[in-house]
Design a protein around this ligand. Structure first.
Ligand code: BGC
Length: 443
């Protein structure tokens, strides 16, 4: 059995949510459209055919949700800002009603003794900027800088923890290479352009946060996977190295001043076509912490497609493993391996698990919501965090994904990740058995 005190008094316990997935109120109080508002309107883009609508209505229920998180013993509340609520056109005029909303959220956190952790960008680019090329247009560096400047000046007096960007690999890979996420664009050229600009924006965003906010801690949240080759055959082992290069090193290493991981993928050098003089230095920034977001294990094999990567995943569905509702392999043991991986970079001083969670179906009987598999997942994963910590890995926090059930991007409302169940017809919240387990652990 794990105990809170095993993690130490300074360990941060939090929950994470995001603007598009939780707020609803897509065109309320002057908010402009984001790429996700538009993308989810197109039939066929959301797998289960659902539309986001009010999602979990955080816009009107933030006070209740913050109290709910507090009642389970969490002391960190991580949420993202909606760019188009603050700057409806992406740049230009600031929407004071948007600023007021986030001021209310921040003040409610502070009133409840909860640390507000702000993510500046969690995938919901303003649609007017996408019409100018979005992440593929180098102008994004200037748009993103303006947005970061506005946010840090507005909230930096009370918010001390900043995450510049959430999972750049997800929104550039799924949104600009595979077309599965907003804005639905495809192709290697779009991906590499978007990825290079996203890395430049992270570093530039870090510099702006540090300049504007006194005594801040600034980081980025990176997705990662524990990658294993399907067999010891050298072609598969090399394929796994390339997969790791793409999934775990691609955004991290340039930020650490090491450049893109072209050692395992020489063809990746084409990304230099999008470099301007000085970019090498511009890509690096000394972040105070790196946010680790590990959800699944990948078994990799050699494949002629896609080019550059020459590797594919052996689907979890054809292996005898536990899968989540999105068909990915659930593998808690990977957490300590992935923390070891990050800790192997001497430049990294502090790691925080800024998201961890799993989607499994719930068993609902009136007000009794049994999600034992989710509870066990968190427990097993936390044991792995502890294992790494005991070995000396500098991991100092664990934030559950996610507080309440919400809208899971292109997968719609089907996958459930919440510690709290939401009846989307009435917006009634009911703490699941996993949430009660956290309450017992933390309070
Ligand atoms: C993202 C969340 C998402 C979660 C579960 C993370 O990649 O940051 O927005 O809901 O994973 O898929």
């Amino acid at each position: 059995m794990i105990k809170r005190k095993d993690f130490g008094a300074d360990f941060k316990w939090g929950v994470t949510i995001s603007a598009f997935q939780n707020e609803g109120a897509a065109d309320t109080d002057g908010k402009g459209p984001s790429i996700w508002d538009d993308f989810t309107k197109e039939p066929g883009n959301v797998k289960d055919g659902s539309v986001p609508g009010d999602t979990s209505d955080f816009y009107h229920r933030y006070a209740e949700d913050i109290e709910l998180a507090l009642s389970m013993g969490f002391r960190v509340f991580r949420f993202s800002l909606s760019w188009s609520r603050i700057l409806p056109d992406g740049v230009g005029k600031v929407n004071m009603k948007g600023i007021r909303f986030y001021n209310n959220v921040i003040d409610a956190c502070i009133k409840n003794g909860m640390e507000p952790w702000v993510t500046i960008y969690h995938w919901d680019l303003p649609q007017p900027l996408e019409e100018k090329g979005g992440w593929t247009n180098r102008e994004i560096i200037s748009w993103f800088s303006t947005y970061t400047d506005v946010c840090t000046r507005a909230f930096g007096d009370r918010v001390k923890y900043w995450i510049v960007m959430n999972e750049p690999m997800s929104f550039t890979g799924l949104g600009y290479f595979m077309g599965y996420h907003a804005p639905g664009r495809k192709g290697i050229g779009n991906f590499l352009r978007a990825a290079h600009h996203a890395t430049l924006c992270m570093a530039q965003g870090g510099r702006i946060v540090r300049a504007n906010v006194e005594n801040c801690l600034v980081g980025v949240a990176l997705s990662c996977s524990y990658v294993k080759p399907v067999s010891r055959f050298f072609m598969h082992r090399r394929a796994a190295k390339r997969m790791e290069g793409l999934l775990n090193r691609f955004f991290l290493e340039p930020l650490l001043g090491m450049g893109y991981p072209t050692d395992v993928m020489p063809a990746l050098n084409v990304i230099r076509t999008f470099f301007e003089p000085g970019d090498e230095e511009r890509l690096a920034f000394d972040f105070d912490f790196i946010g680790v977001q590990y959800y699944f294990r990948i078994v990799a094999q050699f494949s002629l497609n896609p080019p550059v990567l020459f590797a594919t995943e052996v689907p979890a569905g054809i292996r005898p493993v536990t899968m989540n509702e999105m068909g990915m392999e659930v593998y808690p043991k990977g957490m300590s391996r992935i923390l070891d991986f990050f800790a192997s970079y001497p430049q990294i001083r502090n790691l925080i698990v800024t998201e961890s969670g799993v989607c499994f179906p719930d068993f609902v009987r009136g007000d009794n919501i049994n999600d034992a598999p989710r509870r066990k997942y968190h427990e097993k994963t936390l044991k792995q965090v502890l294992k790494a910590k005991k070995k000396g890995v500098p991991v100092s926090g664990y934030f559950a994904w996610t507080l309440v059930d919400n809208f899971e991007w292109s997968d719609g409302y089907t996958p459930k990740f919440g510690l709290v169940h939401v009846d989307f017809k009435t917006q009634k919240r009911t703490i699941k058995s996993s949430g009660k387990w956290f309450r017992d652990l933390l309070t």
